[in-house]
Design a protein around this ligand. Structure first.
Ligand SMILES: C[S@@+](CC[C@H](N)C(=O)[O-])C[C@H]1O[C@@H](n2cnc3c(N)ncnc32)[C@H](O)[C@@H]1O
Length: 217
């Protein structure tokens, strides 16, 4: 079951300008039904000075932004609230939840945001690419879709694309192996740079959550 739209509970996220995002989550369903800690860390990082231009505005403004494996859509909706023109994507089953969250946060969205189906590894010709910014939170999770995920990141990126991949470092099961393999594949086509903790939100950062910036070679 992907997302049961009957068991909704709302989580409120305070933004730095004092407004709030209200993100609906589902108490039953697949992992994408809730906002993960990596998503929170990435949402907060998007408001930090790394994304302020010389006029003090968000550098997200008018950028073409796409989020992969959005789940609830929280990260991409935050980017749209910062003025980005955003497409949030996930498996088809998540479209109702993402659409609900877009609708419920419309008053804070200063850019644009639409939800679309995008299964990793599939054709991306219906998406505008390369994008300016590609966002991923906690997507290094599935053995069967690791290579398709890397393929989609490559397909949507050009040399000017900033890929921001935020993930929680997990130490159990096959997760360490998956993370290692993911970065081995990514390093073939991208240079990578970790965002230091001190550049992240002082309240929403953690030693075991990493934000890595990729740039296509
Ligand atoms: C751990 S959840 C993270 C959700 C959200 N990014 C967050 O951090 O709150 C991983 C997401 O990847 C999506 N996903 C898994 N396999 C996928 C695939 N093959 N193609 C597209 N999305 C996929 C899931 O549906 C889920 O929403």
């Amino acid at each position: 079951m992907a997302a049961s739209m009957e068991n909704i509970f709302v989580r409120e996220f305070e933004r730095k300008n004092g407004s709030s995002l209200n993100i609906s989550q589902c108490s039953t369903g697949d992992v994408g039904c809730v906002v993960w800690d990596a998503a929170l860390v990435l949402m907060c990082y998007l408001e930090m000075p790394d994304f302020h231009n010389s006029a003090g505005e968000s550098s997200m403004k008018e950028k073409i932004i796409l989020e992969l494996g959005s789940g609830t859509g929280a990260v991409g909706i935050q980017a749209a609230c910062l003025g980005g023109n955003v497409t949030i994507t996930d498996l088809k089953e998540f479209l109702p939840l993402m659409d609900l969250n877009i609708k419920n946060n419309a008053e804070n969205i200063t850019g644009t945001v639409v939800a679309k189906e995008l299964k990793w590894g599939e054709d991306i010709s219906s998406f505008k690419s390369p994008v300016d910014i590609l966002l991923l939170a906690d997507c290094i999770y599935y053995e069967e879709s690791l290579e398709p995920l890397v393929q989609t990141i490559e397909d949507l990126s050009g040399p000017e694309t900033m890929v921001l991949c935020c993930y929680e470092e997990r130490t159990t099961g096959n997760k360490p192996m998956l993370q290692k393999k993911f970065f081995q594949l990514i390093n073939k086509a991208f240079t990578t740079e970790e965002i230091p903790q001190e550049k992240q939100d002082p309240h929403y950062r953690s030693e075991d959550i990493h934000i890595i910036k990729f740039t296509k070679r």
